[in-house]
Design a binder for this molecule. Structure first.
Ligand SMILES: Cc1ncc(COP(=O)(O)O)c(C=O)c1O
Length: 374
């Protein structure tokens, strides 16, 4: 009997660093600073270095990171925030939670990240609808940076917040994700390329003033004294225990990025002649949060692969603008045609740094068998 194939094998990583993780957890249990303990500060320091900026703020989730970033700039009622629809719901949800209006933007057909021309149309449409265009949140889908230079050229003075929940550790033109927007948010949800053992997230910025505001909002709008509140905030802190776990994961993150890239390369070499393999932006790298290809009859392919014991995932079957709670928000007036076409064609394969060649070969053989037979 062949062993089952994991879509993401978190246990393989845990086995590798189990002793270190257990020691780190024990250390937190012993010092007892469960909230805002020393591991948080150390992790923030290391995250900022990874992101090539001066500051990182640990917070409770990638969703909170987005809400904190929007609140830090006072974005709210009457403001329009341009977001892709082809992303996890949190990108648009955070905008609504902040009190602002999401305006949906289409994606490029190759990288699946935000389309600068669609962004331009969406900004105009937002203004025509009587909203104040304030910010853009490009999403680094599946692990690669969006085209920040092109998007920034269109966005002009609008605030740029990079949703790097899937791309932390990637680069564009030699610059790390973290340094391409005024603020960058990320998620440490366990399945992310850099994940903890629960929920966690971060906001990165180079701006000294912003980081103070973000810190204050993270803790109920706290001022200089503990019970002085100078603005409306939230409880958006990350647990010390999660930071202790993250520090052990950060120690092997660089190596894991290389391992992920090797897995992706092998897939592309073996499958490029039978499916549309993923395209990484010119000058960019990906940390391969997902290895997602495009194929006709996606559902049929998915079912056949399942029959062969190969788990797959669909990100995202229903774009946000087609979900009932979000359907009434504005969008690029030319429509989100690429988003709507891709949603029924994308399919993600097992991807993690510890996917061994023999297992990957089983996945590849199954895809070739299924797609070749179509
Ligand atoms: C693109 C994107 N944005 C935001 C989030 C939200 O992160 P979290 O689950 O940590 O709240 C996620 C992942 O879950 C995501 O993939």
């Amino acid at each position: 009997m062949t062993s089952p194939i994991a879509f993401i094998d978190l246990q393989a990583q845990r086995r590798r660093i189990a002793d270190k993780i257990e020691t780190a957890i024990k250390r937190v249990l012993e010092h007892g600073a469960y909230v805002m303990g020393p591991e948080i500060l150390e992790m923030e320091k290391q995250l900022a270095q990874w992101g090539g900026v001066r500051h990182a703020l640990a917070c409770a989730s990638g969703t909170d990171a987005l809400v904190l970033a929007l609140m830090a700039r006072g974005i709210g009622l009457g403001d329009a925030v341009m977001v892709p629809s082809f992303t996890f719901v949190a990108t648009a949800e955070a905008v609504v939670l902040a009190g602002a209006t999401p305006v949906f933007v289409d994606i490029l057909p190759d990288t699946l990240c935000m389309d600068p021309q669609s962004l331009e149309r969406a900004i105009k449409a937002a203004a025509q609808a009587g909203l104040k265009p304030k910010a853009v949140i490009p999403v680094d889908l599946f692990g690669q940076p969006a085209d920040y230079p092109a998007l920034t050229a269109v966005a002009g003075d609008l605030l740029m917040i990079a949703d790097a929940a899937q791309s932390f550790g990637a680069k564009l033109n030699g610059k790390p994700v973290g340094s391409m927007a005024a603020m960058t948010t990320t998620s440490f949800f366990p399945a992310k390329p850099l994940g903890c053992y629960g929920d966690g997230g971060a906001v990165l910025t180079d701006d000294d003033e912003l980081i103070d505001i973000l810190r204050s909002i993270r803790s109920h709008g706290q001022g200089k004294d503990r019970y002085e509140h100078v603005r409306i905030g939230v409880n958006g802190r990350m647990d010390t225990m999660q930071a202790a776990i993250m520090l052990e994961k950060l120690a092997i993150f660089g190596e894991e990025i290389e391992l992920r890239d090797a897995v992706a390369r092998r897939y592309t070499e073996a499958l490029a002649d039978v499916v549309e393999t993923p395209v990484v932006i010119s000058g960019g790298t990906s940390v391969w949060a997902q290895y997602t290809f495009t194929v006709d009859d996606r559902d049929g392919v998915m079912k056949a692969l399942q029959g062969l014991g190969v788990p797959t995932g669909v990100y995202y079957p229903t774009p946000i603008h087609m979900q009932p709670p979000y359907a009434h928000y504005p969008a690029d007036p030319q429509g989100l045609t690429v988003t709507e076409a891709k949603r029924s064609r994308v399919l993600s394969l097992p991807m993690h740094p510890y996917l061994d060649a023999a297992t990957q070969d089983r996945v590849i053989a199954a895809v070739r068998q299924v797609v070749g037979a179509k």
